[in-house]
Structure formats: C-alpha cells, structure tokens
Design a protein around this ligand. Structure first.
Ligand code: 13P
Length: 250
C-alpha cells in the first residue's frame, strides 16, 4: 500500500500561541494517521511548535531557507538554525517565493543542494501560471523547473527529495486542477525524472499536489496513480480541515 505525504504550509499566518494550539490539536487528531504528515509554521513559531509536536509522528518543516549556512546574509535563515530547532523538511521554490520575491531556478537549485548537503529533506515546488498554461507552455515551464531545480542532485540523494506540483492558478483561489489534469502533469514530471535518473527512481519519487486541496477533494486527488501526497495551504490552518485531509483514507 502506498504511503502518502501530506504537508501543511501555514504561510505567513499565526502567532506563536496560535501555532502551538494548532500543532497540539493536530497531534491529538492525527495520532493514528498512517500517512507521513509534515507541518511548516512560520520561522517565528518553529521552536515552540517543535516542542509541541515532540514525541508525535508529525514532521517539522520550514517554508523556506537561506542559500548559505552562515555569514553576512541579513534576513536569511540557515539550514543549521533550522536543524537546531528540529526541522527535517524544507519547502523550496514555492511559487510565492518565485513570483513575489523573484527566486530563480538557479537560486532554488542552490538551496536544494544545500538542504541535501545538510541532511534536510527538500520539497521542490514547481508549477505554471494560467498564462503559461493557456499559451501551451505548461510542460516547458514545469520541465525546466524540475530539471534546473534538481541540477547536480546525485541519484543517491533523490530519495530525500519530494516534488510538489502546484499550479499557480490553483493556489488560494478555490480552483483545483481536476484530479485527471493534476495526474497528467504528475505523470509528465515522473517522465522527466525517469529521463534524468531512470525508471526506478521515477517510480519511487514522491510527487505532491498543491492548490486548493480540502477535505472534500483530498481522497479523489490521492486516488490518482501519480499523486503521492498533498501540499496544503489554506486548509492546513485549521485542525478540522487538515485532520480529515491527512486522514483521507479513514
Ligand atoms: P492553498 O491550499 O491555499 O491553495 O495553497 C496551496 C499552497 O500554496 C501550498 O504550498
């Protein structure tokens, strides 16, 4: 039976106290959840949430990471600092980082390589805008993001990498890609991985879908052969929504 990877990206939401309350509610709700579950609070809440989920099966993630380990990098957060707080996974190249803060494929790739070198598990986010999709450039855009994002990643490190397909037009809009549409893009991504690393690596690659995932559509998305999990934004902010998504099988 496939093991799914359900991750919550809390984005720029919640104070420390609110984050701890949500984390505790999720520990209670997901005690018997068989999937791999990750939550990524804001940097300011990582330490407190790390304490709140200690001893549970929930993995702690960060939403971003600086491209260096230390030095004169005002405003950045080092992988060393993340590991120090118990962070194991890190979301990289989220479309909001790419489009609102100008992160390039080269910068995202640098972060992916650094995360792997530091023993963190990167979630590499890829996805096309509506304009790109309508111009017939979906595969070119997503393919480039995957190839450039993974440049220099050794085959033996690939198991630590997750890819999240998040069509930009489906993020926070309530518009979900249909399960068939999402699955087709996931299959395309798997083909790109096969071209780079071979069939076995492509088959083993965990590819999450993200973009308006909610309790009502999680099961039908997860039923698709190429969808191995979810990266959830808005619906990860309440235990009564994220709980049923992670527990979509029960
Ligand atoms: P929504 O689930 O709010 O659409 O956000 C998706 C996302 O960006 C997760 O990283």
């Amino acid at each position: 039976m496939r093991n799914y990877y359900i991750a919550g990206n809390w984005k720029m939401h919640k104070t420390v106290a609110e984050s701890v309350a949500l984390a505790k509610a999720l520990v209670a709700e997901l005690g018997s959840c068989g999937e791999r579950v990750m939550i990524a609070p804001a940097f300011t809440a990582l330490s407190a949430v790390s304490e709140a989920i200690k001893g549970s099966r929930i993995v702690l993630g960060a939403q971003n990471m600086g491209p260096e380990t230390q030095g004169a990098h005002t405003g950045e957060v080092s992988p060393w600092m993340l590991k120090d707080l118990g962070v194991r996974a890190v979301i990289l190249g989220h479309s909001e980082r790419r489009h609102s803060y100008g992160e390039s494929d080269a910068l995202v790739n640098k972060k992916v390589l650094l995360a792997l070198a530091e023993g963190l598990e990167p979630i590499l986010c890829v996805g096309e805008t509506l304009e790109e999709r309508e111009a017939g450039r979906l595969e070119a855009v997503v393919g480039t993001q995957v190839r450039e994002g993974l440049k220099g990643v050794r085959a033996e490190d690939l198991a630590a990498v997750t890819i999240a397909y998040e069509p930009v037009w489906a993020i926070g809009t309530g518009k979900t890609a249909t399960p068939d549409d999402a699955d087709a893009v996931h299959a395309y991504i798997r083909g790109v991985i096969a071209g780079l690393y071979g069939e076995a690596a492509a088959k083993a690659m965990c590819i999450q879908y993200g973009g308006s995932v909610k309790p009502e559509n999680a099961a039908e998305l997860m039923a698709k052969p190429n969808i191995d999990g979810a990266l959830v934004g808005g619906a990860s902010l309440k235990a009564e929504n994220f709980g049923p998504i992670a527990n979509f099988r029960s």
